[in-house]
Structures are given as structure tokens and as C-alpha cells.
Ligand binder design. Structure first.
Ligand SMILES: Nc1nc2c(c(=O)[nH]1)N[C@H]1C(S)=C(S)[C@@H](COP(=O)(O)O)O[C@H]1N2
Ligand SMILES: [Mo]
Length: 307
């Protein structure tokens, strides 16, 4: 008998891509609306030619209004309702400084970068360490393409992502936080096919509250790893101390891979609440992406991989 075995990340039979949503997106892109409002370069950053069918979400896409109005962005607020405040952040001009163990450290303009990469759309699940989750169609390109463009030396062991610090971000006034927001990946994690740089979502330019104009998207790790509004990317020999690890090392570590069996010191990670429906669903190890990423950790078993 032929048994159709469902893979770990296929949570349900529901389609991740309702045709209406795809058509709606294409129509929006083709029509006057979103493109006319955005500068041409911004529209280009969002207009992925194809949705990559390889990464099946197995969940309904989160309605755009929830993903764009319920956010974590401590530079703006400790609360979730910051999307209006974040509109002060302007997506152009935007440059990213490439630093550290590189053949030639330099600054690259975002549109120059976009000319050198292959844009695609990927639907990924996102799991915040606070136990809420969403499913989002991101436009962007594999982080590995950016690493290739940066030309790291053999001495580069980690990639460090630093968020822009704009004087218009009210949270930067709070001395409690170790600004800037820093995150990091090991160089082999950065080369993994799932690690993604997003410049759009829902077929539109990435809005500032979600990390526009350019953010990291690492779907197998807790959401705090996915740094927003990238201003600097450094290649280092030493493992960085990330923002949340610096604040509370007993609760947050470097690897931060999703694992339902490893509780946060203050709450369970067994389940997650879907933005929009508020449905509770089981959390999966590596957020369900183990088939793509588990091998990264086979030689790191003695590390704290899941916090
Ligand atoms: N610069 C910066 N990046 C950040 C954060 C932040 O506070 N500042 N929060 C992180 C956390 S905890 C999560 S869950 C995601 C949330 O992304 P979203 O607001 O697009 O859902 O962004 C991550 N990136
Ligand atoms: Mo988060």
C-alpha cells in the first residue's frame, strides 16, 4: 500500500496559498494602487516574480492587517501597537555597511544590492519566543547571496546584523537597553538555504513596522533573531552577544532554535497562538524546518541550542 507520509512541517491539509490571495496580490501589483504609491525602486523590492513552492507553510497565511499592526520593535515601543509610530522611518535612501573579515569592507546602497540578487517570494512560519506565530509571504532573496556579494574571508565565523539607529526612534532614549539591536548567525547558518533577507511582504514593499526596507528572516529560530532595518552587517571571528542575550542571559542565548520541549524559564513553548484567529497549535522543533536545518547542529550538541 502506498502511504503518503506527511512531513513534519506540514501541519494541516489546508493550503498555504489560497488562489484568491495570490490573484489579489498579482492584481494589486499590476494595478495602480500599491505601485503608484511606492517609488519604483520600492515596488521592485516587493515584486517577486515567483513564489518558491519548496517551502510549504501548511497553514493559512496570516491576514496582512494582523502581521502589519501587531509588532515587536523595541526601538519604537515595548508594546505591540507601534505601526503608526514606525512610519517616521523612511526606506530611501538606505545603505548597508559591510564590515569585518571581508576581502573589501564597504558600504552598499540597497538598490545596488537589489540589482545583484534574485528576488523570490517565500511563505514562512514565524514563531515569536512569546508564543505567538504568524505565516507571511515574504519577498526577498537568500541570505547566502548577500554573503557571496560581501566576499568574506576564511576567518569569518559569524555574521552580525545591526539595526539602524534613527533619532526618530523613541525607544533609543531608554538607557535600559543595550542599543543597537544586534543579532548574529554562525556563517554556516547564514549559508543555509532557509536564511532569508526580506524586502517585501504580501507583495508590497516591507513596511517600516515589519523591518522595512530590509530585514533578516530566520524561520527556524525564535523571532528575535530576525533583526529589522539592517544598517550594518559584520563578519567576525568571535561570536556576538545578541541584544536579548545581553539583557537577560538566563533567558536568551545565541542559538535560539525553536523547540516545544524546552520551556522559557517563565512560560511553556509547547504551543503557539496564531495571529488573527488566536487558534492554539502545537509548536514544532526548529519551527517545523528540521529537514532543512537540523544537520547544522549535529556537531553542536553540547551547546544550548534551544534558548
Ligand atoms: N531591530 C529590531 N528587530 C527586531 C525586534 C526589535 O525589537 N528590534 N524584535 C524581534 C522580535 S522579538 C520579533 S518576534 C520580530 C517581530 O517581527 P514583526 O513585527 O514583523 O512580526 O522582530 C524581531 N526583530
Ligand atoms: Mo519575538
Amino acid at each position: 500500500m502506498h502511504i503518503l507520509r506527511r512531513r513534519g512541517w506540514e501541519l494541516s491539509e489546508r493550503l498555504a496559498t489560497p488562489e484568491a490571495l495570490v490573484l489579489g496580490r498579482r492584481t494589486a501589483l499590476a494595478g495602480a494602487g500599491s505601485v503608484a504609491l511606492a517609488a519604483p525602486a520600492l515596488a521592485q523590492a516587493a515584486a517577486a516574480p515567483e513564489r518558491n513552492p519548496k517551502y510549504v507553510a501548511g497553514r493559512d497565511i496570516t491576514p496582512e492587517k494582523y502581521a502589519t499592526t501587531y509588532n515587536n520593535y523595541y526601538e519604537f515601543s515595548e508594546g505591540k501597537n507601534l505601526w503608526e509610530a514606525a512610519q517616521v522611518l523612511k526606506p530611501r535612501p538606505w545603505t548597508i555597511s559591510l564590515e569585518g573579515e571581508l576581502k573589501q569592507p564597504r558600504t552598499i546602497g540597497i538598490d545596488d544590492l537589489l540589482k545583484q540578487v534574485q528576488l523570490e517570494e517565500r511563505v514562512y512560519r514565524h514563531r515569536c519566543v512569546e508564543a505567538w506565530a504568524m505565516t507571511v509571504p515574504w519577498t526577498g532573496f537568500p541570505l547566502s547571496q548577500l554573503v557571496k556579494i560581501a566576499e568574506p574571508l576564511g576567518s569569518a565565523k559569524y555574521v552580525v546584523f545591526e539595526t539602524a539607529q534613527d533619532p526618530k526612534m523613541p525607544g533609543l532614549q531608554s538607557p535600559f537597553y543595550p542599543w543597537p539591536y544586534i543579532e548574529g548567525l554562525a556563517i554556516d547558518e547564514a549559508a543555509n538555504e532557509l536564511a532569508f533577507i526580506s524586502t517585501g511582504m504580501y507583495g508590497k514593499p516591507l513596511p517600516p513596522q515589519d523591518g522595512g526596507p530590509i530585514r533578516l528572516t530566520v524561520p527556524w529560530k525564535y523571532g528575535f533573531k530576525s533583526g529589522k532595518a539592517l544598517a550594518k552587517i559584520s563578519f567576525t571571528e568571535k561570536r556576538p552577544v545578541n541584544f536579548w542575550q545581553a539583557i537577560q542571559p538566563s533567558e536568551y542565548g545565541f542559538w535560539a532554535n525553536v523547540n516545544p520541549a524546552v520551556a522559557h524559564p517563565r512560560w511553556s513553548q509547547a504551543q503557539e497562538r496564531l495571529l488573527g484567529s488566536n487558534e492554539m497549535v502545537p509548536t514544532q522543533i526548529y519551527n517545523g524546518y528540521g529537514e532543512f536545518v537540523a544537520s547544522l547542529y549535529s556537531d553542536r550538541k553540547n551547546e544550548k541550542l534551544f534558548m
